[in-house]
Write a protein that binds this ligand. Structure first.
Ligand SMILES: Nc1ncnc2c1ncn2[C@@H]1O[C@H](COP(=O)(O)OP(=O)(O)OP(=O)(O)O)[C@@H](O)[C@H]1O
Ligand SMILES: [Mg+2]
Length: 389
């Protein structure tokens, strides 16, 4: 029995034409950017989108971008939607390169400071009479690594320089609390209209699953009970990615068994193999030392048979793992920074406990995935050859 019509329609990268329960937010975005879509902006627009994992931030931004570009085009406005994921492009410079690449502009990149390069980018927009909406997704890592510079650059510099505001920005945060750590002037250069996406509830997840299933599955193979069960399981987290991941795997189980329906039993099996806090794409894009640290954590938790290890104990394991892979361990400071990034990504949890006169200790745990699975996922990604490069 054929189960899937087109399983790609369940992948996290696919952008559907319709987002159930995000219609209001999509309309808000259209309203905020309407003067740009019309090609007569008087000021740049800045929007922040925030929301927990799997609340549809990325897909909302991408769908909005597509819609905005095609509506602008109908009005004869040359609008570009430039999307960069900061988890992948981690520095201001690599973001700039991504922006320029998407414009297909040939700009000299060497020997220029970030600010000079950004001016070239703006010159290009001016020269071609283009407008651009720059969307930076998953910006917390960027904020930690680069500080306020990129935000200042993208939201202020353009405004101050150009007579016609050619660029507008959308910043996507998982946790807007990181903004609190900024000084007032940076905060004011980032802040704009805020759209917060709430976690999906049971009924909303049901609608989302039903819609995406209609694109992905053959007619009538997915039992309605199965959708209810997935909505139920995922509603604890309100996470649509988790829901769709279970749906896809349930379909895969049904396919492997040559079953004629995707049953609740397939859903149960799928649920047992999906770990919502860990995304494979996250693991792949981690820098090598973060992978080594995660592997050390899995080993340490295993060996100690405990829920937590202290950061200093983890550092010892990390050094052992580095020896095993024949690489130089990073300094304790870099090790600690990498731990914080892993915490930002939601892969590990750091709990800092003050222990009276002994000072503070950090306890690290791995809440969302068994160590055995993590090791299995990580080991193929860490090859010693790559590490020595
Ligand atoms: N309202 C919706 N309708 C249909 N599909 C949705 C909806 N919301 C989210 N999805 C789907 O759920 C998955 C997760 O959404 P998305 O990647 O946008 O989440 P996110 O908020 O960016 O999460 P993260 O914080 O992990 O980046 C994607 O496959 C997306 O297409
Ligand atoms: Mg996202």
């Amino acid at each position: 029995m054929r189960i899937f019509k087109d399983e790609e329609k369940l992948s996290p990268e696919f952008v559907p034409q319709y987002l159930p329960h995000r219609e209001n937010e999509l309309n808000m975005l259209k309203t905020f950017f309407s003067s740009i879509i019309d090609g007569r902006p008087s000021i740049s627009t800045r929007v922040i989108i925030s929301g927990a994992v799997g609340t549809g931030k990325s897909v909302l931004v991408k769908l909005f971008g597509q819609t905005a570009v095609s509506e602008a085009l109908k009005k004869g406005v040359d609008l570009k939607f430039l999307y960069v994921n900061c988890r992948i492009s981690r520095t201001t410079f690599s973001i700039l390169r991504k922006l320029i690449e998407q414009l297909k502009a040939r700009l000299p990149e060497r020997g220029l400071s970030n600010e000079e390069l950004f001016h070239k980018f703006l010159d290009y927009l001016d020269y071609k009479g283009l407008y651009a909406i720059i969307a930076l997704d998953e910006v917390e890592v960027l904020l930690r690594e680069e500080g306020p510079e990129p935000f200042y650059l993208f939201s202020r510099v353009g405004e101050e320089r150009l007579k016609i505001p050619r660029i507008s920005t959308i910043f996507v945060f998982r946790n807007p609390e990181v903004l609190d750590a900024l000084d007032a002037s940076t905060r004011s250069s980032i802040l704009g209209n805020i759209i917060h996406l709430k976690e999906y509830d049971y009924n909303q997840l049901y609608d989302i699953l039903k819609y995406r299933a209609s694109l992905a599955f053959m007619h009538d193979v997915l039992m309605d009970d199965s959708i209810h069960l997935i909505a139920d399981i995922a509603s604890e987290r309100g996470d649509a990615r988790y829901a769709l991941d279970i749906l896809w795997r349930a379909g895969k189980y049904a396919e492997a068994e040559n079953a004629s329906k995707v049953t609740p039993e397939h859903v149960r099996k799928a649920t047992a193999s999906v770990y919502p806090t860990i995304r494979r794409e996250h693991l792949e894009y981690l820098e090598q030392h973060s992978k080594l640290i995660l592997l050390s954590l899995a080993k340490a938790l295993d060996a100690e048979r405990s829920a937590y290890v202290t950061s200093s104990m983890l550092n010892d394991y990390y050094k052992m793992v580095c020896e095993e892979y024949d690489v130089e361990p990073k300094s304790y400071t870099s090790f600690w920074e990498a731990l914080q990034r892993l915490d930002d990504l939601g892969i590990i949890k750091i709990r800092v406990v003050s222990e009276g006169s002994k000072g503070r200790k950090s306890y690290i745990s791995l809440p969302g995935i068994p160590t055995s699975i993590l090791k299995k996922e990580l080991e193929p990604l860490i090859s010693s050859k790559q590490l020595r490069k």
